[in-house]
Design a protein around this ligand. Structure first.
Ligand code: MRU
Length: 360
């Protein structure tokens, strides 16, 4: 990985337009390195499959829709490497499969690879054009999600201004631009009806404290960061009007896989009687998966929970348990907002029901 720019003052440096975590330089896949935020804004160029898979696994780039963009552009990376290194079609297919399976839970990664891989026989230009369409369409979807989500919330929640809780990072960093859950937050802010955002820090890798807080600070959106374990108390204490989160995969029955800790937020919202809203593009819906029990949950290295800021916190010999995601059953999901519809899931309007266009 070659650093393309180091310590740049804005994320516009490094060749990507502002507010974009993923792009194509003409020669390489360019990523804003999210492991270094908020301290340093560094872009890296990826030109081979090993580096791409490593970047996905280390969360240099993360978040379901962003992983979709990386999967599609990753097929172009693999094709260019095949040309350089003289791979045959079998080797290329094997390398594309490594891209597709670099992380298991976010369905967008496999979805995007499956969309562009059939175009491989047509050549690099055809695959690149299809990948760039995925990127463009995701950006448009996020803006639509923001508008639909804000409309739905403002019709159902009376309090003004609104106090929103979010978990993990479902902002522009996790997508191609604007964000899903943070797309709704940005739209509420734009309409002048947002009081503040409670940002769960999101142990163990701190996507909330490091990434969501950075995005909100850049946009001048009022926010506080709290420990994940504070969320239930904040919600039951009456400090929150709605929780809005993203998703890594939504099953046909409406069960939602998202960052570990999301389930606890949903349970607290149910107890408090406030909406628990999931904002995700249609590309995150996996109608081939019947229910949440069939979603593979990524189990990450236990050391991520045993080591804090480089210092081991648990005694030697203690093992860590580190599921990266959990599944919130559909009955706790008040609404699922996509770019085309709002499904009131806990009221029985399920994504897998083909008659369901989201109209109440
Ligand atoms: O492990 P991560 O950081 O990739 O997890 C990301 C999340 O759980 C997001 O909430 C989800 O991918 C939706 S992003 C719009």
């Amino acid at each position: 990985m070659d650093p393309a720019a180091a310590d740049a003052p804005t994320d516009g440096d490094g060749g990507l337009p502002p507010g974009r975590p993923v792009g194509w330089t003409g020669e390489a896949l360019r990523l804003l390195d999210q492991t270094l935020l908020p301290g340093r804004v560094v872009h890296v160029d990826v030109t081979d499959v090993d580096t791409l898979v490593d970047a996905v696994r280390r969360l240099v780039v993360r978040g379901a829709p962003a992983l979709g963009a990386v999967g599609a552009l990753g097929v172009v990376v693999a094709m260019r490497q095949a040309r350089r290194e003289g791979w045959d079609a079998v080797r290329l297919a094997a390398e594309v499969h490594r891209v597709r399976t670099a992380r298991p839970t976010a369905v967008n990664l496999a979805w995007a690879v499956d969309l562009v891989e059939p175009l491989v026989p047509q050549g690099e230009a055809a695959v690149l054009a299809a990948a760039q369409r995925i990127v463009t369409e995701d950006g448009a979807a996020n803006h639509a999600i923001g508008r639909l989500g804000a409309d739905w919330l403002l019709e159902r929640v009376a309090r003004r201004p609104l106090r929103v809780l979010t978990h993990c990072n479902a902002g522009f960093l996790a997508t191609t631009q604007w964000g899903t859950a943070l797309g709704v937050v940005r739209e509420l802010h734009r309409r002048g009806v947002l009081e503040q955002v409670y940002v769960d820090e999101t142990r163990p890798l701190l996507q909330g404290a490091r990434l969501t807080a950075w995005e909100l600070a850049r946009d001048g959106i009022a926010h506080v960061v709290q420990a994940d374990s504070a969320a239930a108390g904040t919600i039951l204490g009456g400090l929150v009007d709605v929780a809005v989160v993203g998703a890594d995969r939504v099953a046909a029955n409406g069960d939602v896989a998202n960052k570990v800790g999301t389930l606890g937020v949903a349970l607290a919202c149910r107890e408090a009687g406030i909406p628990f809203v999931v904002a995700a593009p249609e590309s995150t819906l996996d109608l081939a998966t019947a229910g949440g029990e069939a979603i593979e949950i990524e189990l990450r290295d236990g050391d991520e929970v045993l080591v804090h800021a480089g210092v081991r916190t648990a005694p030697a010999g203690t093992r860590g348990h580190n599921p990266a995601f959990d599944v919130t059953p559909a009955r706790f999901v008040t609404a699922l907002v996509t770019q085309t519809r709002v499904l009131e899931v806990s009221a029985g309007r399920l994504p897998g029901d083909s008659t369901n266009d989201g109209t109440a």
